[in-house]
Design a protein around this ligand. Structure first.
Ligand SMILES: *Cc1c(COP(=O)(O)O)cnc(C)c1O
Length: 390
């Protein structure tokens, strides 16, 4: 998955250019007299908006920030409820907590994304939004989630941190709900080290987001910085020119990153099929997934543990499930809920369906750069372990 795998002279040159071509202006705004007309963050925003066919894009410092800004743009806060899936990166939950809204967490299904029926069952009169997470590069069921949201008049935020470049029915992930949030952190499909972006079709939401990410100040290319008005409260979630410069280069590599990775995943699955791998895979809802992990289901927890022991013996890594599950599954977040009294008494028995899925499955990383020999070797080892544990 990671864009860092394809860092080369192009990113290096883009960074040097920030110093050589625009006089070392690292700030995305102002300094008009010294920057020789170079605005890399603006260019990156324009490139994202063109690439994903969405009119408005606002760069921010991370996807965690993007989620927080999205909630602010939608005016969601105390008194509201926001529904998220039990399997996501902890940032999705943190952004809701930071907004002051109440976090409502629902089960996933065998797609490893939000179960739409659990979403519908969790809606109350205080529900303000749902965050659909395209977890580990495969899309959530946007048809059903958006239909439920429309019916109950709640907003849809797409946490497309992991969905950059992915599609749903041919449209870019992140551009289908009210607001989409992308991540360019060190592990994501394209990377600027840290970084994120908000995209939307709604001009008002864009104006709100743009202001909130920059201390509530109105954005203007004609008024000098300091003379512009302010439209509300905000914070500093700005992206720097260095990130913008790298982002432009990485975005140009997105298609090759995705196609290499999808091809590698297909090869791995082909080898496994040839060897009669006995386990079923994650249900994928749309061919537009980016393919950076291969999930398979084991028979029970015992067999899962045995399989993991075999992988460890052979030096094979997993991807988040289970190695970083504490970061990704709500069952491990009691430290975040205690202060609010959420799930306080019940958290151990919550999300049992998600636990049954996550604790009886394994995810294998798929990389951009994997030789055919390596793919074959991984498949061979997985097949060998599967025979040992069956
Ligand atoms: C990576 C990730 C985030 C957070 O992104 P950052 O840019 O690291 O803040 C949020 N949600 C999901 C699903 C992620 O995978």
């Amino acid at each position: 998955m990671p864009g860092y795998e394809v860092f080369d002279e192009e990113e290096r040159k883009a960074v040097n250019d920030v110093f050589d071509a625009n006089g070392g202006v690292l700030f995305a705004h102002g300094f008009d007299a010294t920057r020789n007309g170079v605005y890399r963050v603006r260019e990156f925003e324009a490139a994202v908006s063109k690439k994903f066919n969405v009119p408005f894009a606002q760069a921010v410092s991370s996807c965690t920030a993007a989620l927080r800004v999205a909630l602010a743009a939608l005016d969601i806060g105390p008194g509201d409820e926001v529904i998220i899936p039990a399997f996501t990166f902890v940032a999705t939950a943190e952004a809701v907590i930071q907004s002051g809204a109440r976090l409502v967490i629902v089960d996933i299904d065998d797609t490893f994304t939000m179960d739409p029926s659990s979403l519908e069952a969790a809606i109350t009169e205080r529900s303000a939004a749902v965050i659909a997470v395209h977890m580990m590069s495969a899309p959530a069921d946007l048809d059903r989630i958006c239909a439920i949201a429309r019916k109950h008049k709640i907003r849809v935020i797409e946490d497309a941190a992991w969905g950059v470049g992915g599609t749903w029915r041919g449209r870019a992930l992140g551009t289908i709900g009210d607001i989409g949030c992308y991540s360019f952190d060190a592990n994501k499909c394209i990377s600027t080290g840290e970084g994120g972006m908000i995209v939307t079709h709604d001009k008002t939401l864009f104006v709100n987001a743009r202001a909130y990410h920059d201390h509530g100040h109105e954005y203007s290319t004609s008024t000098g910085r300091g003379e512009e008005g302010a439209i509300g409260a905000g914070f500093n979630y700005r992206m720097t020119e260095l990130q913008g410069a790298i982002g432009i280069v990485q975005l140009g590599k997105l298609d090759t990153i995705r196609s290499a990775q999808r091809a590698n995943k297909a090869k791995l699955k082909k080898h496994l099929a040839d060897g009669k791998f006995p386990f079923g895979y994650r249900r994928i809802l749309d061919e537009g997934e980016s393919g950076d992990a291969l999930f398979f289901f084991l028979k029970d927890r015992e067999q899962t543990q045995a399989f993991l022991a075999g992988m460890k013996r052979h030096g094979l890594a997993t991807k988040n499930v289970p190695d970083a599950i504490r970061w990704h599954f709500a069952k491990h977040w009691s430290h975040m809920f205690a202060k609010y009294g959420w799930y306080h008494e019940t958290y151990k028995s919550q999300w049992q369906r998600s636990a049954d899925i996550l604790e009886q499955s394994i995810a294998i990383p798929v990389m951009v750069k994997m030789s055919d020999e390596r793919i074959q070797e991984i498949a061979h080892t997985l097949l060998e372990i599967s025979r040992d544990v069956s």
